[in-house]
Write a protein that binds this ligand. Structure first.
Ligand code: HEC
Length: 208
């Protein structure tokens, strides 16, 4: 073999190695790229609960795009319930959970740290229209939220209200005292202080 062929062979080999290297860098295996995308989205997903300081929660934004887990009307624990006829137009409540905590709960039956639940309250209204029966959620009148954060709150969960006494929306809130909210949730709620017994999708995951 003369030296020119030797050099040519060396070049060919180097080119082969470089091409291999290029392809392995530019075209990762499909599973690897799916994995790295997942890690990326987990990293870039903003937390559902945003605190201004140790315990002031900013009003949850975008919760209408979260997972809707339940609705109720006239549901509450009262020692002396009012007669049924007095409850004709009860408020209507809607409950949401942030999507990543929903997925985690469905998988494990546990609410991860950072879970946010939103309870939105609407006025029930009727339309005075020939032949139309029943009531519907019309105006939104209040917004409450709960957050699971054991590092910030000794009770594990804290409860917030985002509506002032005149019914105006609030941009941020301090937690309620445990006696106002946590005590009932601790006593009556089925799973980790959340009323999963009233949320069909969560209840199914919890009892399976
Ligand atoms: C006497 C019992 C009781 C008290 C006190 C109570 N709640 Fe609840 N809460 C409920 C019930 C029952 C539900 C189920 C959903 C519904 O009512 O539609 C609920 C649901 C919720 C939810 C939806 C997530 C979940 O945990 O199921 C939030 C958020 C919430 N309450 C916030 C509050 C806040 C804020 C307070 C205090 C101002 C409070 N609650 C006080 C009974 C209570």
């Amino acid at each position: 073999m003369n030296s020119t062929t030797k050099i040519a062979k060396m070049f060919a080999l180097a080119a082969l190695i470089l091409t291999g290297l290029f392809f392995s860098l530019s075209a990762p295996a499909p599973e690897a790229s799916a994995q790295s995308k997942q890690v990326q989205s987990a990293k870039t997903e903003t937390p559902a609960a945003i605190f201004e300081d140790k315990d002031t929660l900013l009003r949850p934004e975008g919760y209408r795009e979260w997972v809707f887990v339940g609705s109720s009307t006239g549901l509450n624990y009262m020692p002396n319930p009012a007669p049924a006829s007095a409850n004709a137009d009860e408020d209507i409540k809607h409950v949401y959970i942030n999507p990543s905590s929903y997925r985690e709960f469905i998988k494990t039956g546990k609410f991860p740290e950072g879970t946010v639940m939103v309870l939105e309250i609407a006025e029930a209204a009727r339309k005075n229209e020939a032949g139309l029966q029943g009531s519907f959620a019309s105006k939104f009148i209040a917004l409450e939220a709960s957050v699971k954060d054991s590092k910030r709150f000794p009770g594990g969960w804290a409860y917030f209200g985002f509506t002032d006494r005149e019914g105006r929306p609030l941009a941020k809130a301090k937690p309620f005292p445990d006696s106002a909210c946590l005590s009932c949730h601790q006593q009556k709620a089925a799973t980790d202080r959340v009323f999963t017994q009233f949320y069909p999708m969560l209840n199914a995951a919890h009892t399976k």
